[in-house]
Design a protein around this ligand. Structure first.
Ligand SMILES: [Cu+2]
Length: 506
């Protein structure tokens, strides 16, 4: 409806303009062409001068009035190191184009007025060529343009240094798709693992990360709405890619803007120099940021207190384009390191132990060994310290592996957990344990019982071999009789095939 009314108004206005034109033409015929043209030229000439003044003042005044809303001025000075350089280049360009704008604007309208057709039989001066003029309007723009372009190139090269492996920088990856960003951080190794588009699986591996690359197993992928944390004063390289259409990685406050092109990785290098907190303080110096953030709540937080850096997609990539906005927070390096260390690797939470895991039963990663050691230590300490009888006495040996279908211990992989148990047996000299073997319900009960018996016995033999007194340990197989999960699913059966450390005496 609104569109229809707007269209009708425009149509009616057009009709009015055409009618007025016809009317003045008719009036002209009645009064005589000559005098009409003269008065019309006069009016138009004056109107052009008026336009010149109003437009020029309007441009200058509005630019001054709105300067604090523009990036680079007042509260919005750059939050990244290279941003100041970039803002300077914009200012230099603005200076030159501003001078040209003012001169051409004045000349254009002043000449239209000055040389309007008056009474006299004035004629335009005609000349075919003037070398001096040609030189002036070729050489001056050429010199200015060369200066601007060269300046820009120099700045571009300093903003995009070629980083070598010697340089210390944090490399993160942003993958744009309709309509979100997937942000990947390297884990403790500082390296992002390989990707391959053929490995993309919308359900389990939307980025196509290659888990066979050990650098990828500690990579962290942020959830769709998580804040993107960045450390202050650290060089950051963002690898930018896209999965479907063209997007654009845009961090306005950091003057970072780069296309995300499917199939063509791009990157940007920058150093944030102001934490979110510091930037808020910068904003608080300006009265327009001292107003309430929510006008409905006059006593609520101020606008500057609610400020957040943001990531946007600067490419109109579809109708959900706006939802690619993400909050970015810059914090001190220590806070960032603590945050990153507390993030769970995508592989650990989503891939480890599933059918997509190429390392299942083949390898334990140092971080897993470490985490498991402290888990085991606290489980046993908890049980020993417990006086209420509620602590669990059955401790599952999660990192004890056997060769498939056999009772042989895979000691290459099991040694970490078992050696740690040896240490704990030394630490708690009065503790006695039973090694309990369990199976799933596949196959017949008797052979399952036999298998669990020999498996637990093999663990016992390993521990004896490491010097634990045989009198403190026993081994027993329970076969399929004590499942901890239903045996209906492969995951359930996998959980039921286990060896437990049962503390029989403190
Ligand atoms: Cu987009």
């Amino acid at each position: 409806m609104t569109y229809f009314v707007a269209f009708a108004i425009i149509f009616l206005l057009a009709v009015v303009v055409v009618q007025i034109g016809k009317l003045s033409e008719l009036a002209g015929r009645i009064r005589g062409e000559e005098s009409v043209e003269r008065s019309s030229n006069n009016t138009q000439g004056k109107a052009l001068v008026a336009f010149m003044v109003v437009f020029l003042l309007g441009t200058v005044i509005s630019a001054y009035y709105y300067k604090n809303d523009m990036l680079g001025y007042g509260p919005l000075t750059s939050a990244s190191a290279h941003g100041f350089e970039l803002d300077h280049i914009f200012n230099v360009t603005l200076l030159f184009t501003g001078i040209v704008f003012v001169i051409t604007h004045i000349l254009l309208f002043w000449y239209s007025y000055k040389y309007r057709k008056t009474n006299s039989d004035r004629k335009a001066l005609f000349f075919a060529h003037d070398t001096k003029l040609e030189m002036i309007w070729t050489v001056i723009p050429a010199v200015v343009m060369t200066y601007l372009v060269a300046n820009g190139l120099i700045a571009w090269n300093s903003i995009f240094p070629t980083l070598t492996s010697e340089d210390k920088y944090l490399e993160i990856e942003a993958t744009g798709y309709q309509f979100a960003w997937d942000i990947r951080y390297p884990g403790a190794d500082g390296k992002l693992g390989n990707k391959d588009f053929r490995l993309i699986d919308p359900a389990t591996n939307s980025l196509g990360i290659d888990w066979r690359d050990e650098a990828s197993v500690d990579d962290i992928v942020l959830g769709g709405t998580d804040k993107i944390l960045l450390p202050k004063d650290s060089l950051i390289k963002v690898r930018i890619t896209a999965k479907d259409v063209l997007h654009n990685f845009y961090l306005p406050h950091f003057r970072v803007k780069m296309d995300a092109v499917p199939g063509l990785p791009t990157s940007f290098i920058f150093t944030p120099v102001k934490t979110t907190k510091e930037f808020r303080e910068q904003l608080s110096q300006f009265p327009e940021w001292q107003v309430p953030a929510d006008p409905a709540e006059p006593n609520g937080p101020k606008k500057w207190e609610k400020f957040e850096y943001e990531l946007a997609c600067a490419e109109l990539c579809g109708k959900g384009h706006y939802s690619m906005r993400r909050i970015v927070e810059v914090v001190e390096r220590e806070e960032f390191d603590t945050w990153l260390a507390g993030q769970k690797a995508f592989y650990t939470t989503n891939i480890r132990g599933t059918s997509a895991d190429p390392w299942d039963g083949k390898k334990l990663f140092p971080s897993e060994i470490k985490a498991r050691a402290s888990e085991l230590k606290s489980d046993i300490a908890n049980f020993l310290a417990d006086t209420t009888g509620s602590a669990n006495r059955n401790i599952q040996l999660k990192h004890v592996f056997y060769n498939t279908g056999l009772a042989d211990l895979n000691s290459n992989l099991s040694k970490y957990e078992l050696d740690h148990i040896v240490e704990l047996m030394v630490k708690y000299p009065s503790m006695k344990v039973e090694l309990a073997g369990h199976t799933d319900n596949v196959g017949d009960g008797a052979s399952n019982l036999a298998l669990s018996n020999s498996r637990s016995n093999n663990v016992l033999q390993y521990l004896i071999g490491k010097g634990v007194a045989p009198g403190r340990m026993s081994a027993k197989g329970y076969g399929q009789d004590q499942p901890i999960e239903p045996n209906e699913t492969p995951e359930g059966r996998q959980k039921n095939r286990r060896t437990e450390l049962r503390i029989t005496s403190k």
